[in-house]
Design a protein around this ligand. Structure first.
Ligand SMILES: O=c1[nH]c(=O)n([C@H]2C[C@H](O)[C@@H](COP(=O)(O)O)O2)cc1CO
Length: 141
């Protein structure tokens, strides 16, 4: 164990999948410490109103830096999630992007096209597949 996991999910991009993020975070906590647990909290977008964007950015970049692995739910498009993935790739982090294809959302080619054998994995998934996906993914990290 002892891994630090940076989980990315849409906040200002739309909170339609917030409950799913909370369930994913719970599963991920079986594999390490999730630094960005707050992404699954109900009411976070309202909390943000009273917070400072720069301090959130600075904290998140620090967490991204120290993380061992990045897991992103990318179905709901989000500037912040796309930015975090781009920075994580530049830092040569191991990145897992999870996309649910059976929705009306299309995945950006800047995410789909980032898939590489060695460090970036982009997977189409259904929620019921997650335990097996995480078991396989974390077996090598
Ligand atoms: O309050 C916040 N706290 C925070 O950690 N984030 C980070 C984590 C999420 O993975 C990502 C979401 O970006 P966005 O808000 O553009 O959808 O940005 C984003 C916000 C709000 O933009």
């Amino acid at each position: 164990m002892g891994r630090s996991i940076y989980f990315c999910g849409s906040i200002q991009g739309g909170r339609q999948d917030a409950d799913l993020y909370a369930r994913i975070i719970k599963l991920l906590q079986g594999y390490g410490e999730v630094l960005t647990e707050i992404v699954g909290h109900a009411g976070i977008e309202k909390e943000d109103m009273i917070c400072n964007a720069q301090s959130i950015y600075d904290q998140d970049m620090e967490w991204l830096n120290i993380s061992d692995v990045v897991v992103a739910e990318v179905t709901q498009p989000s500037h912040g999630v796309g930015y975090e993935i781009g920075r994580a790739v530049a830092m040569r982090k191991r990145v897992l992007c999870l996309y649910r294809p059976f929705t009306s959302k299309w995945l950006s080619c800047m995410i789909r096209g980032a898939h590489r054998e060695d460090n970036v994995t982009v997977l189409d998934y259904k929620e019921e597949d997650l335990p097996e996906i995480f078991n396989d993914f974390f077996a090598n990290i």
